[in-house]
Design a protein around this ligand. Structure first.
Ligand code: IFM
Length: 481
């Protein structure tokens, strides 16, 4: 643990004067009020109500009830001292049928949110799509159907016109890999489809939707700063055997390169085109001109990072065990033929994710070297642990403080290595609906008592507030500058 504050043990790791500190949430994970003020159903309403889909049968019906407790949450952010709050707009609040005219009551909610932020001198960072696709769009094929792209454009136009006078920083999509590959490939997220071909089609249509949104945003809001948020990782080969090197490359292709290459280079990576062509229609949904739409200039890249991956070829289970790795049973994407290994002795979060902040620095340096020198915001980073309220009424989440300290330090290392990182957003402000894990995983720096909705800032909240106030990591046992 790194937080028993030994003053002056190491020099403070200061951040640039204009570094943006923030925190993030997403609509379905916190808002609740799923049938209030004209909101329509989303794929997550449908999915979470299917028996067995989400842990404990949890749903986002009430979640953190942020819809009704917004002012309290805004006050918490003010107390935290963040410069920006990253939230997402629920498309089904704005267009309950996924098309047609705006639902004014839905837009009014986000207007109140944005005004409440600005009143507290907190910059809004608005994500247009964080996975709550209107169910009527899914009924017509969802992201596997090209029509969803046009639908998205109409929705973006409505939101841009409604909030463009007050929001400067816009994110088109959050983690399209999860929408496409967990939603349509692994079936572990809404809409719960298991079909690799559909995941490939969804990947392309999501990227096309991103590209389609760009001129719409730029024409409605000439000063907008627009980016996309990708969940990126490092994919480390478990051995130097050629099969493992190739497997790590495939994993990297699936997670990182099929998103980064189109956005920054205007084409899909050849090896992944070949891979998906081998057994599937692959990227045959790509039409002339699509790649130019996808590769239009951006103002920043949002990076979400949580954990690194250690990868070997799936035929090498015996060798993986002999090398000392834990080998999970079952492959998420059998076509990829990769083993995602566990390294015994490494700390993990309650998601089972390995804690290794060096992966974040490595990733950021790679993005700069291979893709872009645009400003980067870490739009999500954080950890779930088994928090509890102690008999004194405190949540002493030292594991989370340690995780955040190490990862913010890794961002500092990247800045020293000349990566243009301009901000960092903790995931998440509140404990919330963690998708298929329901409420069983707590990522918040504020504890939420779900039966009552009561909020209780954790120790990590004070620690982060202190970091923001100092604009520096002022102490650590993991080494200084
Ligand atoms: O809770 C999610 C978030 O919605 C997207 N990024 C990862 C987080 C933790 O799993």
């Amino acid at each position: 643990m790194s937080t028993t504050n030994p003053p002056n043990e190491s020099p403070p790791r200061s951040f640039p004067a204009d570094f943006l500190w923030g925190t993030a949430t997403a609509s379905y994970q916190i808002e609740g009020a799923v049938d209030v003020d004209g909101r329509g159903p989303s794929i997550w309403d449908t999915y979470s109500h299917q028996p067995g889909a989400v842990w404990n049968g949890d749903t986002g019906d009430i979640a953190c009830d942020h819809y009704h407790r917004m002012d309290q949450d805004l006050d918490l952010m003010k107390e935290l001292g963040v410069g920006s709050y990253r939230f997402s707009v629920a498309w089904p609040r704005v267009q309950p049928d996924g098309k047609g005219p705006a639902n004014q009551a839905g837009l009014d909610f986000y207007r109140r949110l944005v005004d409440g932020l600005l009143k507290r001198e907190i910059e809004p960072t608005l994500t247009l799509y964080h996975w709550d696709l209107p169910q009527p769009i899914e009924d017509e094929g969802g992201w596997c159907a090209r029509d969803s792209v046009e639908r998205f454009g109409e929705y973006v136009d409505i939101v841009a016109r409604a909030l463009g006078d007050s929001v400067e920083r816009w994110i088109t999509l959050n983690e399209p890999w999860c929408s496409a590959w967990l939603g349509y490939g692994a079936g572990r997220h809404a809409p719960g489809v298991k079909d690799i071909g559909k995941a490939v089609a969804a990947t392309h249509h999501l990227l096309l939707a991103h590209g389609t949104a760009l001129p719409i945003l730029r024409s409605a809001i000439p000063d907008a700063k627009v980016g996309i948020t990708l969940n990126l990782g490092v994919s480390r080969p478990g051995t130097t055997h050629e099969l493992d090197l190739a497997a790590a490359r495939r994993a990297d292709g699936n997670l990182n390169r099929i998103f980064l290459d189109p956005v920054f280079k205007g084409h899909y990576p050849e090896d992944m085109l070949d891979h998906y062509k081998a057994n599937l229609p692959g990227f045959s949904v790509v039409q002339d001109g699509d790649m130019d739409v996808i590769a239009q200039p951006l103002d920043f890249l949002g990076v979400n990072y949580y954990f690194p991956g250690t990868i070997m070829d799936s035929t090498r289970v015996k060798e993986a065990r002999a090398a000392g790795y834990g080998v999970p049973i079952g492959e998420q994407f059998p076509d990829l033929r990769v083993l995602s290994l566990e390294t015994p002795g490494t700390d993990t979060t309650s998601m089972g994710w390995e804690v290794d902040a060096s992966g974040l620095t490595e990733l950021l340096v790679r993005v700069k070297n291979d893709y872009t020198e645009l400003p980067i915001y870490i739009t999500e980073n954080g950890a779930a642990f088994d928090d509890y309220v102690d008999p004194n009424g405190h949540v002493l989440d030292h594991d989370r403080v340690s995780y955040l300290e190490e990862h913010i330090s890794a961002v500092h290392d990247a800045i020293k290595a000349d990566v243009n990182v301009q901000g960092y957003f903790v995931w998440s402000l509140l404990d919330n609906f963690e998708w298929s894990y329901g409420y069983s995983r707590r990522f918040g720096i504020v504890w939420v008592d779900f039966p009552t909705g009561t909020r209780l800032p954790k120790a990590s909240f004070s620690w982060y507030a202190n970091t923001i106030r100092n604009n520096a990591l002022t102490y650590s046992t993991s080494g200084g500058d």
